[in-house]
Write a protein that binds this ligand. Structure first.
Ligand code: NAD
Ligand code: UFG
Length: 349
């Protein structure tokens, strides 16, 4: 609803900052809560520059109930987009408790504060990692779930908690029931076309795209391709890469759907956000070289533990029920990543 105030948790992060741009552009008011554990405030200044609008920022942890309650008391919040959380798979295996505390407990505290303030519309950042073993590489929302690392399990646990909350409202006949969209992201990459905001990973990137662009600009010497003996068309891993701006547009569509006929009586529903196309690691390297004219120095290395050979989204449900589909292609994703990388070689400094 135009003019409504949206609380964006994790709004200074990579995806949250892009969501703020879309929300402000669409006429929403925005309140950001972030503890800056993996981000800086600079993206807020820049996104205000992009949109010509301002937002309200609170430096707070979503596990701090008192701080959240004060924010809900002070701001006329109508709905929440919840991006705050830890997201590195490898780190989650080394520090599982931090992941469960930040992600699962953090979401429980947020949900409690929301319920107490009677704000029961929530768009949640889930992930394709919640899918379990499957016979098809094109994931559909009703496939069996089952994560294989603490990060993925934290997302799955949150999904279950939110489903339970919604089911409880149905049992109790709640007057204003929870309306929840669980958005299962595939592989978000790219940056805002202005090059003012983008992904600013701490230290050496874990993910393919930021690694490739840091090799292309000369910050890193060589990319290691994690295995070329997978049962895929060129032997390297295949994923569904989605432009971050398309991804956050899906959040606006989900928010609108929560306020429409479909969720009139409440509910908690999962939607895949992907393009429906898979690209291999070698496809990414070739496209990167073609779009930027830079060489990407790489070598074939061993497989990375825990990686699946191939998966991509079936994104038909989001199209049918939210009226959303991804519009940008791989060339756009690469061009915008490169524009951000060239304009911000050291990230947000
Ligand atoms: P990010 O790290 O850039 O952003 C997350 C933000 O949350 C950061 O600004 C961080 O400081 C903040 N934060 C973390 N814990 C917090 C807490 N307890 N209280 C307040 N703020 C806290 O990550 P991102 O890539 O923008 O991801 C956003 C969300 O999307 C995350 O929940 C992530 O798990 C999910 N997701 C990301 C990907 C991806 O590939 N980037 C894929 C699937 C799902
Ligand atoms: N890869 C390399 N070399 C690298 C990095 C990655 O070859 O240096 C390969 C991987 O093996 C994989 C592909 O590039 O085949 C993509 O890997 P990413 O690390 O970029 O992404 P993942 O698919 O492993 O995981 C990402 C996020 C997770 C999220 C998941 C959801 O990192 O947080 O997408 O689908 F859960």
């Amino acid at each position: 609803m135009n003019g409504q105030t949206i609380l964006v948790t994790g709004g200074t992060g990579y995806i949250g900052s892009h969501a703020c741009v879309e929300l402000l552009t669409a006429g929403y008011q925005v309140v950001v809560v972030d503890n800056l554990s993996n981000s800086k405030v600079e993206p807020l200044r820049r996104l205000e520059q992009i949109t010509g609008k301002t937002l309200q920022f609170y430096e707070a942890d979503i596990r701090d109930k008192k701080a959240l309650t004060e924010i809900f008391d002070r701001e006329p919040i109508g709905a929440v987009m919840h991006f705050a959380g830890l997201k590195a798979v490898g780190e989650s295996c080394r520090q599982p408790l931090s992941y469960y505390h930040n992600n699962v407990y953090g979401t429980m505290v947020l949900a409690e504060a929301m319920a107490e303030a009677n704000v029961k519309q929530l768009v949640f950042s889930s992930s394709a990692t919640v899918y379990g073993e499957s016979t098809s590489v094109q994931y559909v929302e009703d496939f069996p779930l089952g994560a294989i690392n603490p990060y993925g399990r934290s997302k799955l646990m949150i999904e279950e908690i939110l489903r339970d909350l919604s089911a409880a409202d149905a049992i109790n006949g709640a007057q204003s029931p929870w309306k929840i969209a669980l958005l299962r992201y595939f592989n978000p990459i790219g940056a805002h076309e202005s090059g003012l905001i983008g992904e600013d990973p701490n230290g050496i990137p874990n993910n393919l795209m930021p690694y490739v662009s840091q090799v292309a600009i000369g910050k890193l010497a060589q990319l290691s391709v994690f295995g070329d003996d997978y049962p895929t068309r060129d032997g390297t891993g295949v994923r569904d890469y989605i432009h971050v701006v398309d991804l956050v547009k899906g959040h606006i569509k989900a928010l609108e759907a929560l306020q429409g006929e479909k969720f009139k009586s409440g509910g908690c529903k999962a939607y895949n956000l992907g393009t429906g196309r898979g690209y291999s690691v070698l496809d990414i390297i070739k496209t990167f070289e073609a779009v930027t004219g830079r060489k990407v120095n790489y070598k074939i290395g061993p497989r990375r533990a825990g990686d699946l050979p191939e998966y991509f989204a079936n994104a038909e449900l989001a199209y049918k029920e939210l009226g959303w589909k991804a519009e940008k292609n791989l060339d756009d994703m690469v061009a915008d990543t490169w524009n951000w990388q060239c304009k911000n070689p050291q990230g947000y400094v």
